[in-house]
Write a protein that binds this ligand. Structure first.
Ligand code: GUN
Ligand code: ZN
Length: 455
């Protein structure tokens, strides 16, 4: 990809920090240069051009001018691609929701053609919502992982994905076995991990649907591949936690189950962590594992209120996540708005810079990929989005009345959905512009397939 010069206002967090409100970098009139898929320069426009303002553009023919705000591509640390079609399923909490809606939906992904179509649909939606990196659960079927990585490869997106491992307490045709789950996962890992921008996550769904034998095999695979990711669920729902006590009575708590099978370490990503015991907070901190704050999901399933302040004070790595289809939006802005309300219910106000940090540099740092994505530092991969300040009349009017960047950011977070995304760039390439399809993907294929009635 040839050199491209982008000029506009730019906001990012250049390094890992516990105080993002003091450590952001903002250019009111900035320049971002990309070349061969990476950022090569970030700075003030006046420094870059070193010419009076009105001559600058004449001398730099290829400058892309942006009216909106450029920020790093958003990172969704926990999302289920097969569940995008069952988002907004009514009336259940976690365990009933899984049985009633999730498992029947995931069965369809045995069909490779169906998996391919839905992978493309999901990815096109992710990009249209400004998310350029995600840690993605596929289904138990290996072909669902291939479907997702093939789609991601077609636009060169930096994605983490894994085959769900589950060998009990779900429909027979969704079960693998400890040995088969291990072999399939290992083959997928060897095919995809670090292949282009793909990264593999060993993915036992959660401790209830894996036998001790299966968790042991997942841990074995993790030990064989120390730089692979691990993703699963932890302490989301009170009924789930009671069930863990019955199934795994010998362990001190929910995290203790995963610890016993070597599944708690750097690059292990635990979704939810809503109802943790003090020992579990300590275990997460000392292991280097991270937790995904899934605000809209936790509200939608009535799971509980994630204690952000406690997790942060205990030094746990935290990243934001949509957890679609339990989450109600792929928009990490909509999820940030829910995160704010969850904190408010616990007498705390989540700072807007901190909130955005949890979807960019903070997420990348928690997931150990901040040397690749999450910021716009020279050398980082050139994934970024342009936000449209005029996305809606309400937003436009509110922003006109804001006096500070912090106020603007908070209004954007509170009032936004996917309409805020004007453009999405992956590896320096424009892959989405509002109102058009995602380049390289047949973004309506999932819908077309369904309306054919061929399933
Ligand atoms: N726990 C186990 N599986 C799931 C899932 O698919 N979604 C959510 N929210 N929690 C889970
Ligand atoms: Zn989940």
């Amino acid at each position: 990809m040839p050199r491209q010069v982008h000029r506009g206002s730019i906001l990012h967090f250049p390094h890992t920090t516990s105080d993002p409100a003091s450590h952001y970098q903002y250019f009111n009139d900035g320049v971002l240069v990309t070349e061969n898929g990476r950022v090569t320069h970030l700075g003030e426009a006046s420094d870059f051009f070193r010419l009076p303002a009105n001559q600058q553009l004449l001398n730099y023919g290829g400058v892309e001018l942006h009216k909106g705000l450029l920020i790093p591509g958003l990172i969704d640390s926990h999302v289920h691609f097969p569940q995008v079609e069952m988002i907004a399923s009514y009336g259940k909490q976690l365990l009933d929701w899984l049985n009633e809606y999730t498992f029947p939906t995931e069965k369809q992904f045995a069909n490779e053609e169906y998996a391919n179509a839905q992978a493309e649909f999901f990815l096109s939606q992710l990009i249209a919502h400004g998310t350029t990196t995600a840690s993605v659960f596929a289904t138990v079927h290996p072909q669902s992982v291939n479907a997702f990585f093939n789609a991601a490869e077609s636009i060169q997106a930096r994605m983490i994905c894994g085959k769900v491992m589950m060998d009990r307490f779900c429909p027979d045709d969704l079960q693998d076995t400890p040995e088969q789950g291990y072999r399939d996962s290992k083959a997928l890992l060897e095919r995809w991990h670090k292949n282009g921008r793909a990264l593999y996550a060993i993915t036992p769904r959660f401790a209830p649907t894996s036998s001790p034998e299966q968790l042991a095999k997942a841990g074995q695979l993790a030990n064989e591949h120390p730089d692979a990711f691990i993703q699963t669920h932890l302490s989301e729902n009170l009924g789930e936690i009671e069930w863990i006590k019955e199934l795994y009575p010998q362990h001190p708590d929910y995290l203790g189950v995963y610890e016993a099978y070597d599944l708690v370490r750097d690059r292990a990503l635990f979704g939810h962590a809503v109802h943790l015991q003090p020992r579990e907070y300590q275990g997460l901190k000392t292991s280097g594992a991270s937790v995904s704050f899934c605000p809209s999901s936790n509200l939608f399933l009535g799971s509980g209120l994630f204690n952000y302040d406690k997790a942060k004070a205990d030094g746990i790595k935290i990243a934001m996540a949509s957890d679609v289809g339990a989450g109600t939006s792929l928009s990490l802005f909509a999820n940030q708005a829910d995160a704010y309300k969850i904190c408010q219910l616990q007498n705390s106000s989540l700072n807007p810079f901190e909130s955005l940090y949890l979807c960019t540099q903070g997420a990348a740092s928690a997931m150990d990929i901040d040397h690749l994505v999450g910021n716009l530092n020279p050398g980082s991969e050139a994934d970024f989005v342009e936000l449209d300040f005029m996305a809606t009349p309400m937003l436009q009017q509110r922003l006109l009345r804001c006096k500070t960047l912090s106020e603007q950011l908070f209004a954007i977070i509170t009032l936004s959905d996917e309409r805020i995304i004007e453009r999405t760039y992956v590896c320096g390439n424009l892959v989405y512009k509002k109102g058009s399809k995602v380049c390289g993907l047949n973004s309506t294929s999932g819908l077309r397939y369904l309306s054919n009635g061929s399933m």
